[in-house]
Design a binder for this molecule. Structure first.
Ligand code: TA6
Length: 296
């Protein structure tokens, strides 16, 4: 249902009969809540998040489009997360299972003002769908609607903040042996050694050409998040750790202990669309009980 959220910003609440739910603000097309059928919140949103345009909400699932990070001339992570989206009442049919799930369709088109920033016209349709098992699927469709024949290119990420009980008891599986660009070392390219990724300090890595499925194991909660992605070859892993956390006005100092960003993304090879062409980027999130045993 459509209702007023923080500071009167409009949001849509999706509820599944089995008790799971999700919330998305029209501001930013920004998912800020995903709860399982026990009412447990699975996403992290900082208690100091600033729900005031043009500041992006700190947490949930920011949409990074048409630029990831500072990889281009636009503001950090582009502008989709800083704009007001509309409810798409007449979306083109989406031939996926999400049509039978509880879902909402949002759309973002550039205003004349926006065209001054990024001289392209596009339609960005975002579907947020809640599955009967409590899974949350985000489907992005970007279409180039330039009428002057110009193609455009963009980079993209679902900047998902997962809620974890204790970052030092979390491991990520599926990225071992993959190459990554290390944002903390001038984005130089390295190869991930060893087995699962664990966390003892700041991490900011763009893993390249990664598998469809990535798992995030939370030891204390005996819970595994699974990301299944399509059209998004890369995956960013980020935890700011203590120093960076202190420096963020919209972050509580020890918030870094209770969050981890694992972001399905298209970064190394920007997406290029000719007029009329459409790109799809899908991430399906699920949270399953796990018999996590360290070292397994
Ligand atoms: O996804 C990782 C990252 O690019 C980090 O470098 C850090 O800047 C993070 O995104 C948060 O960016 P934001 O603009 O939301 O503060």
């Amino acid at each position: 249902e459509l209702c007023k959220g923080v500071n009167g910003l409009e949001k849509v609440i999706l509820r599944d009969v089995r008790g799971s739910s999700a919330e998305v603000y029209l501001y930013g097309g920004h998912v800020t809540s995903w709860k399982n059928d026990h009412g447990e919140e699975l996403l992290f949103v900082s208690s100091k998040a600033i729900f005031k345009p043009p500041k992006a909400i700190r947490g949930g699932i920011p949409i990074c489009f048409p630029q990831f990070s500072n990889l281009g001339s636009l503001e950090q992570h582009g502008f989709a997360r800083n704009k007001f989206w509309s409810i798409d009442t007449d979306p083109p049919p989406l031939s996926t299972s999400s049509s039978s799930k509880v879902h909402i369709d949002l759309i973002l088109r550039p205003s004349d003002e926006d065209m001054k920033i990024w001289l392209n016209s596009y339609e960005f349709r975002l579907r947020i769908a809640l599955g009967p098992g409590g899974d949350l699927t985000l489907t992005s469709r970007v279409r180039n609607t330039n009428t002057d024949g110009r193609p455009f290119r963009f980079t993209f990420a679902y900047h998902t903040y997962f809620s974890v009980s204790d970052i030092s008891e979390v491991r990520v599986e599926g990225l071992e042996t993959h190459d990554y660009l290390d944002n903390l070392q001038n984005r130089e390219r390295f190869t991930e050694q060893g087995d699962a990724i664990t966390f003892e300090s700041e991490v900011d890595k763009i893993y390249l050409s990664t598998p469809t499925k990535i798992a995030i194991l939370d030891h204390e909660k005996k819970r595994t998040f699974v990301i299944r992605k399509d059209g998004l070859p890369d995956a960013v892993v980020w935890n700011p750790w203590d120093k960076k956390a202190k420096a963020m006005a919209d972050f509580v100092d020890d918030d870094y202990k209770h969050m981890l960003c694992v972001e399905a993304a298209a970064i190394e090879k920007p997406i290029t669309l000719k007029p009329g062409e459409e790109w799809r980027g899908i991430q399906e999130l699920s949270a399953v009980p796990s018999s996590y045993c360290s070292g397994q």
